[in-house]
Design a protein. Structure first.
Lengths: 429, 389
């Protein structure tokens, strides 16, 4: 591997996040209103159109996991009566709040003025905000996003979401911010989203090249950060994704692999599709288990929890509320299990993968329940062998490095035994 | 009918994992079909109105060895879906032409997808219950969902949706709701005459037989209870909370009772009491079912609580209504709805100075001694130092 370098886009993102958290810290003085919401089905453009600031509790939880804070926070929540059986994002968030609500960047997070419960693809979201409401005693507005049980969004479901946006969510935002709904402003923000989404998709699709210039899980968690969180619809996001795309296209031109913490991964022996979330508490160790073996992730489902843009969805400024409804309904965890299987099968084909890995996390039933069925179905339909490993989101007690490493090493040996692939160059598909 | 014979009948139906009663009904009604549904709530009226027998699928309890089901689920997923898979994979559910999966949690939601892939010949539908409980949004959504369900079940059963037939089904299930309310009222007032271990098998049997069969048995049972001269014992009155989906083994219910508790309210098999009021039998029946859901759905962990004080007030209201002295929070292991709610419910109970204990179980829990000790100590403490104020 060649020497590690930090991409310019990473610095851009760091600056954006730092500035956002500083703004949040100043919110009580500046008077800016704060809206807590979730990543899947987030209504960032709508929130921003009211001049309010979004806070994403899952992002805070995963950042706490990355920074080694989650163990303490989870312990705090369990001490307060939360079961060891339930989602550790929730417990990490509640523990962080009980410890003073200091954000992962070290700034203090403001209390929410509104909890916008976009109920998209995860049952726990509902309980999470019921629990936060107990602590913050602030208004909550609920957006019910129907699950795609039948594998599609029906016109009736779309109308139901639009009605809720119009009759519930917008009035709640008007009430909290004291501002009237400004559809022109929303259209403008949605237009910027669309531009950024084009560049994100170009970045993700670049993984079809050989060698892949990106890692679509461990690298993509940085790539999707701005668009899945507080920045979709902003000029900052447009600039970030333009810079990112340029960097990735340059890597394609030079035939370079992705940048890992230990350098550039050009020799790519295994092209993997990964289903499931990463582990955050041992993120670097986990990634190292892949790149040490010459494995690059060419497509992942986790990088789609905040939107399946690579399948063609773009926010549409000409239909502001309808497009927000479409966006919410289309997030990955809102897809039926058969649709998730099909997506993985398509990824394996489209990205010319020679393996797929499921990282099953204890915390997340939305992802995990059914993953063993996904494993057998994807293997059956593609003939590509799968690996199944288990960890957790942010509870370090459930990350067994030796166990996971053993499984991955055995898995790579199995791929070698079945269909050795090495030194490929060129473009797939 | 003799009380013992009714309970024997109910026990045998409850224990029968081959669903002999449902199969017998199908044999007696050539051309008819049966539709299974998972916990917690599915509109049985729609199923019966489509000409199908609604059959609740509550898993295998402690009566089935899990061999195939464990291959589908990691160790940190609750037990219910693996026993449902086990029943399906071993052919015990092969009499079902349709399966409904209500929006109880993500595990049951994803099980709907697994079922589609494992049983492509079965009609499968995920039922997204409305979470916004007002008529113009959630109500309209739920009405449309039920209409689709009626149409699609009807297509499967060879019966076009029919308002008159659905009204008839609603009327029948209003009677079921009435009898259930009566059973729960009598147990609340005279728990010594109506032990929960009997009530439980009776309502479980009612989940898999035609509604009229249940009505006949339940009314006969109520008559025997009314005639009973059983006398109260010095026991603690408790409410059991958290067992609305994966069910505890019958042995656990008996253990709580034997430990010195009268269970005076519970959320076992909650789906059959999910609508707390009768459904209108005139007008548009789909609208009537939707209105009933919006206005009278029971407060539970599977629906969003819009009232910020709602969770904290819930246990106090239940305790007061049932004149209970304490609460047993009994949740299945790894049950997101019960365990995430429990923190808020316990906080509410504490704020109202309601004594409480909590434990976790699985449907196949086989060791009851720890529960007996815990419930026994709890009952003793309630009797010695008093219960809820």
């Amino acid at each position: 591997m060649s020497q590690a370098e930090k991409d310019r886009s990473m610095q851009l993102q760091k600056d954006m996040i730092g500035a956002h958290f500083k703004r949040l810290e100043r919110a009580p003085e500046s008077g800016e209103k704060v809206v807590y919401t979730f990543v899947p089905g987030n209504l960032t453009e709508l929130i921003l159109s009211f001049g309010a600031l979004p806070v994403l509790p899952e992002v805070n939880a995963l950042q706490s996991g990355l920074r080694g804070k989650s163990r303490e926070y989870i312990a705090e929540a369990e001490k307060a009566g939360h079961s060891e059986d339930v989602c550790t994002y929730v417990k990490c968030d509640i523990g962080m709040m009980k410890k003073g609500n200091i954000s992962p960047t070290g700034t203090r997070l403001p209390r929410p003025d509104l909890l916008l419960l976009s109920y998209t693809g995860c049952y726990t979201f509902m309980k999470w905000f019921e629990l936060l409401r107990e602590e913050y005693d602030c208004p909550t507005v609920f957006l019910h996003v129907p699950y795609q049980g039948e594998g599609k969004v029906t016109p009736e479901h779309r109308d139901y979401m639009v009605r809720q946006l119009r009759d519930k969510v917008i009035p709640a935002l008007e009430q909290v911010t004291g501002r009237a709904y400004d559809e022109d402003k929303l259209r403008e923000l949605l237009g910027k989203s669309r531009t950024a989404e084009d560049d994100l998709v170009a970045t993700l699709h670049a993984a079809k090249h050989k060698p892949s210039p990106i890692d679509s899980l461990f690298g993509a968690v940085y790539y999707v950060g701005p668009i899945f969180s507080s920045f979709r619809g902003t000029q900052d996001a447009v600039d970030f994704y333009a810079a990112l795309r340029a960097e990735v296209e340059e890597r394609v031109r030079l035939g370079q692999g992705p940048v890992t913490p230990e350098g550039q991964l050009d020799e790519q022996k295994y092209r993997l599709v990964v289903e499931g979330t990463p582990n955050w508490t041992s993120f670097r160790d986990f990634w190292k288990m892949f790149y040490d073996e010459g494995a690059v992730v060419v497509a992942s489902t986790y990088s789609k929890v905040g939107g399946l843009y690579d399948l063609g969805f773009r926010h549409d400024p000409s239909d502001p509320l309808g497009t927000l409804a479409d966006y919410c309904a289309g997030c990955y965890t809102n897809l039926s299990l058969p649709s998730r299987v099909q997506l993985l099968v398509d990824y394996i084909r489209d990205y010319d993968a020679n393996g797929f890995v499921i990282n099953s996390v204890k915390s997340c039933n939305s992802f995990s329940a059914g993953q063993l069925m996904i494993l057998r179905e994807v293997e059956k339909r593609t003939g590509v062998p799968g690996a199944f490993i288990e960890s957790d989101l942010v509870d370090p007690r459930y990350f067994s490095a030796a166990n996971i490493k053993n499984r991955l090493e055995s898995y790579f040996q199995m791929i070698d035994a079945r269909a050795p692939v090495s030194g490929r160059v060129g473009v797939a598909a | 009918m003799q009380r013992a014979s009714i309970i024997d009948w109910a026990s045998s139906v409850y224990e029968d994992l081959d669903f002999g009663a449902a199969r017998a009904w199908l044999a007696d009604h050539p051309g008819r079909m049966a539709c299974g549904f998972l916990p917690v709530y599915a509109p049985r009226e729609i199923v019966w109105g489509a000409g199908m027998l609604p059959v609740a699928i509550w898993g295998g309890g402690d009566r089935v060895e899990i061999i195939k089901g464990d291959a589908f689920y990691q160790s940190y997923i609750c037990h219910l879906p693996r026993s449902v898979i086990e029943l399906g994979q071993s052919g015990k559910l092969d009499f079902l032409s349709a399966m409904l999966f209500p929006s109880t949690c993500d595990v049951i939601r994803n099980l709907s997808g697994i079922w589609r892939m494992l049983h492509p010949e079965v009609y499968v539908r995920y039922l997204d219950l409305p979470q916004v409980l007002d008529a113009s949004t959630g109500g309209a959504f739920w009405r449309a969902e039920m209409e689709i369900l009626s149409r699609e079940l009807g297509e499967r059963a060879g019966m076009a949706p029919d308002a008159a037939r659905l009204r008839e089904a609603i009327g029948l299930y209003n009677e079921v709701r009435h009898v259930l309310r009566e059973l729960y009222r009598v147990r609340r007032e005279r728990p010594w005459a109506l032990p929960t271990s009997e009530l439980y098998v009776l309502i479980r049997a009612g989940e898999v037989v035609p509604p009229q069969v249940f009505l006949d048995k339940a009314r006969a049972y109520l008559a025997t209870v009314e005639a009973s001269d059983a006398r109260p014992k010095d026991r603690a009155r408790v409410v059991v909370v958290g067992a609305f989906c994966e069910q505890p083994p019958l042995g656990l219910i008996k253990t709580i009772e034997r430990a010195g508790c009268y269970i005076v309210d519970d959320d076992f098999v909650l789906g059959n009491r999910f609508l707390t009021a009768d459904v209108a039998i005139d007008g548009d029946p789909w609208q009537a079912l939707s209105d009933a859901f919006i206005t009278s759905a029971v407060k539970s962990s599977v629906l969003y609580e819009d009232d910020p004080g709602g969770k904290r007030a819930l246990i106090a209201a239940q305790v007061e209504a049932s004149k209970a002295e304490g609460v047993i929070f009994a949740a299945p292991s790894f049950c997101d709805p019960a365990l995430l709610d429990r923190v808020m419910l316990r906080a509410g109970a504490t704020a109202h100075q309601i004594p409480q204990i909590s434990f976790r179980y699985a449907e196949n829990t086989g060791q009851f001694q720890p529960f007996r000790e815990q419930a026994g100590t709890f009952a003793d403490s309630l009797k010695l130092w008093g219960g809820a104020a």
